[in-house]
Design a protein around this ligand. Structure first.
Ligand code: C2E
Ligand code: CA
Ligand code: CA
Length: 809
């Protein structure tokens, strides 16, 4: 039980390790391929081995069968020679002499080494015995006696009716075999009788009874019956009666087979064993171990042979079937060596190895690739400048927070940040300084956050924060915003500069202010917008009112679009006077919107909107054309001043537009004055400078509007070709109670004079203000004191001018 648990645990452990090990995970395809490849290799090799085996078996069986046929033919050849001897005996009435037999036999088996000896066994009856014995001795076989087997030895045969002694033989005459009565040896006698009765050739396994019989082992003894010439052999009785004797051949079977195989070119790949017959009268020998082996290999037992690959057949010798068992010769071509199977497994392994290696490299490459991809993805979600997450990351995270919100109800806040006066730094100190500043801001912001909060740079000087769930979401969001506003308001030290900026923050809280990305971003932006317009470096939490305002703004935008198309815009003119002479020098064109339901709308309520929406471009062109057309009808000493928005300055065709307005109205350029604010100088300084030069070249006058409200320093003035500076009405307002304002205006006047510029004071409402401004040396004055902005037809000109204006109308 414990063992089982242990095993189970081990298995789980291994499984876990297999799953967990990153290296294994990486190389798993390679390992699987290796395993599968190995299996396939082995299976393939096994199949090929089986096939090889089958092919080999067929080849071997064919070879063995051929071998058997060859042997059978060879054997037939030997036997046919014995039969030739019989024919010799049966063909003549004369006695065959010993020398004739010897000569004929020797010649017959000259090239047949498998034939050990051939003998003639005449049928000798009792009466003939002495005669035969004497004749043999006469022939030179000294001491020839007919002998019979007695016990284990041969001795002169006792008296008997019939003998079949060896009379003639190819053996030397000194051989002890002469006179041996075959009929006295039981198994040989059986074979002889069978041959006689059946008139057939019989064969038996030779057995050595007498060591001196031969120096070589007799393997097979073949007996051929010989009948008396011209006698019948129809019936057994005929045969028994007419038998004359036997021609006997003694074979050395291995030698015989070898000689057959040598002369016929037998396959060396087959090793043949021949076993004596099992059946019949020689059954007693069935158990005897085979001692015939036709090849050099050691003889094998039939049982051994039967265990391996073998082929079974028979070799017919006389009337007996000898068992032939062929086996593939050791080391022969028919021994199954499975070289193809080995080749398959080797090739399989090699392929597996290369596949596994390839997969391993591929996985490593793909891992590298995926790492690279991840890096690219990271980079794609990173702001390169600050190293903070970028807008894409921020939006993705916001989406995630929203979906978490819907699942777990976790509130969060988003804070949108926009740096104040960043453009200033960028424009005045260069992009390098701007970048450095952004990096420092990023660090400061980061330091104010918890680890769970997300800080991203959305682009430019915009940052955003996602603040995760707190107990009091609103409280912690505003607390964070206040902390950040304070942090960013602290001065930054840039190389060689100390800059002070600030940040405006808009806050939206989920789910209070929405639960989808778009809504939250829009509301945070609205709050940010409010912060910016509320004076910067502050934070605002979104409020429903803002949306209402936005709605109104959106409506207004649509209306304004229509207004331009429907000519609901009007241009009113406010005069400005020459302080020295007190005479009117010209009028400033100020746009008005006659709204069908809301009445006359002052520009303060729609110029900003027009600038944001780009509607300022057609609007500005309308005012310009209207003003030029109107002024063309005025007395020629009156100027017209037209306000141009910085947005218009970015339009490529502004110069052409102005030229066209002048050309179409016929107003000389010298009578047109263009008013621009300081912000135009901050952005695109170089391009705007060139543009202003072009305007000046054709005679147009340039005025710097609202001087003193922006951030510009007096140094700007020296860099740009202005003709006039218009001091903002806020200075004039404080003139009577702020001694400092007098000092500022005084220094502006002094500077302008040095730069060959004139100075206009705006918003002059009282005579007292006018008096002071006159004392300060201001050149021109504009304000309600001299006239409110009015429609052109309510302005009184000198008689000729008015007439011509009416004519034009
Ligand atoms: P601004 O260019 O400074 O124009 C002078 C503004 O001061 C005018 O306001 C005028 O009505 C007002 N004003 C004049 N005299 C006095 C005074 O004695 N006391 C007071 N309190 N205000 C006085 P308005 O017409 O509402 O224009 C506001 C601003 O709208 C203008 O300021 C100008 O920046 C912009 N604006 C007006 N028309 C156009 C235009 O056609 N194009 C562009 N781009 N901006 C325009
Ligand atoms: Ca103006
Ligand atoms: Ca102004």
């Amino acid at each position: 039980m414990g063992d089982h648990d242990q095993n189970d645990q081990d298995r789980k452990g291994v499984a876990a390790w297999w799953r967990a090990s990153p290296l294994l995970g990486l190389y798993r395809p390679a390992l699987v391929a290796a395993g599968v490849g190995l299996l396939f290799s082995i299976a393939g090799a096994a199949a090929v081995a089986r096939w090889e085996d089958r092919v080999n078996k067929i080849e071997f069986e064919n070879a063995a069968e051929t071998e058997a046929i060859v042997m059978q033919n060879g054997m037939g050849e030997y036997i046919s020679r014995l039969v030739a001897l019989r024919t010799l005996f049966e063909s003549t009435n004369e006695e065959i002499t010993r020398s004739e037999f010897e000569t004929f036999s020797t010649r017959l088996f000259e090239r047949h080494p498998g034939m050990l000896r051939v003998a003639w066994l005449p049928r000798v009856n009792r009466k003939e015995r002495a005669e035969y014995e004497a004749a043999a001795i006469t022939d030179g076989v000294s001491g020839y006696r007919i002998k019979s087997l007695q016990g284990d030895d041969f001795a002169p045969a006792p008296q008997g009716d019939e003998y079949f002694p060896i009379f003639y033989s190819t053996q030397p005459k000194t051989s002890p075999v002469y006179g041996m009565d075959y009929a006295s040896i039981p198994e040989r006698r059986v074979a002889l009788e069978r041959a006689r009765d059946g008139d057939r050739i019989t064969a038996i396994r030779g057995r050595l009874y007498e060591p001196r019989e031969s120096s070589r082992l007799p393997d097979v003894i073949v007996a051929v019956p010989v009948y008396a010439k011209g006698t019948s052999r129809e019936t057994i009785a005929d045969r028994r009666r007419n038998l004359a004797g036997y021609v006997v051949g003694v074979f050395d079977l291995p030698l015989l087979m070898q000689s057959i195989r040598v002369t016929t070119g037998a396959s060396p790949a087959v090793s043949v064993n021949i076993y004596p017959p099992f059946t019949g009268r020689i059954v007693s020998m069935a158990h005897a171990l085979p001692d015939f082996a036709s090849s050099a290999s050691a003889p094998q037992s039939m049982r051994d042979v039967a265990q391996g690959r073998h082929w079974s057949g028979i070799l017919r010798i006389g009337d007996a079937d000898w068992q032939v068992r062929a086996v593939p010769a050791a080391g022969g071509s028919l021994e199954t060596v499975y070289d193809r199977a080995v080749a398959v497994i080797i090739v399989g392994m090699l392929l597996t190895l290369s596949l596994a290696t390839y997969l391993m490299l591929a996985s490593r490459n793909s891992r590298r690739l995926s790492l690279a991809n991840r890096r690219v993805l990271e980079l794609a979600q990173t702001d390169v400048l600050t190293g903070l997450p970028n807008r894409a990351f921020f939006l993705a995270r916001l989406d995630m927070m929203n979906s978490q919100l819907s699942v777990r109800g976790l509130p969060f806040s988003i804070l949108m940040l926009d740096l104040d006066r960043f453009k200033n730094v960028n424009d005045s100190l260069g992009h390098g300084a701007g970048d450095a500043l952004l990096r420092q801001v990023a660090l400061r912001l980061k330091s104010a956050l918890r680890a769970t909060d997300v800080l991203a740079r959305l682009g430019g000087d915009e940052f955003a924060i996602i603040q995760e769930a707190c107990d009091n979401q609103r409280g912690s969001a505003t607390e964070l915003a206040a902390r950040i506003a304070k942090l960013v308001a602290e001065p930054f030290l840039l190389p060689g500069h100390r800059v002070e900026i600030g940040t405006s923050i808009g806050i939206a809280i989920a789910p209070d202010h929405g639960s989808d990305q778009e809504q939250l971003l829009k509301k945070a932006d609205l709050a940010l917008y409010r912060s910016k317009s509320a004076g910067r470096n502050c934070f605002t939490v979104y409020d429903e009112v803002m949306s209402a305002e936005l709605e109104a703004r959106n409506t207004l935008e649509g209306d304004l679009r229509d207004a331009i198309a429907l000519c609901q815009l009007e241009v009113h003119y406010q005069p400005f006077v020459d302080v020295a002479s007190g005479g009117r020098r010209g009028f400033e064109a100020l746009v008005r919107w006659r709204h069908p339901s809301r009445g006359l709308i002052p520009p303060d309520q729609f110029i900003a909107l027009a600038e944001e929406t780009g509607l300022i471009v057609p609007l500005g062109e309308f005012v310009l054309r209207r003003a030029c057309a109107d002024a063309a009808a005025w007395p020629s000493d009156l100027m017209v001043a037209v306000n141009l928005s910085p947005i218009q300055f970015k339009e490529a065709e502004l110069f052409e537009t102005i030229c066209a307005a002048l050309a179409d109205s016929g107003l000389p350029p010298q009578r047109l004055e263009i008013e621009i604010t300081e912000s135009v100088l901050l952005e695109r300084g170089v391009e705007n400078h060139a543009f202003m030069e072009r305007l000046k070249q054709i005679g147009i006058e340039l005025a710097l509007d609202d001087f003193g409200t922006g951030y510009s320093s007096l140094s700007y003035l020296t860099a740009f070709p202005f003709d006039k500076i218009k001091i903002d009405k806020s200075f004039i307002r404080s003139l009577t109670h702020q001694p400092r304002s007098s000092a500022i205006i005084s220094s502006i006047v002094t500077l302008a004079r040095g730069l060959d510029m004139s100075v206009t004071a705006e918003g002059v409402e009282t005579a007292e203000e006018f008096e002071r401004l006159t004392a300060l040396g201001v050149n021109f004055a504009q304000g309600y004191l001299f006239g409110r902005p009015q429609p052109v037809d309510q302005i009184t000109f000198d008689a000729p001018a008015r007439r011509s204006q009416r004519d034009a109308a």
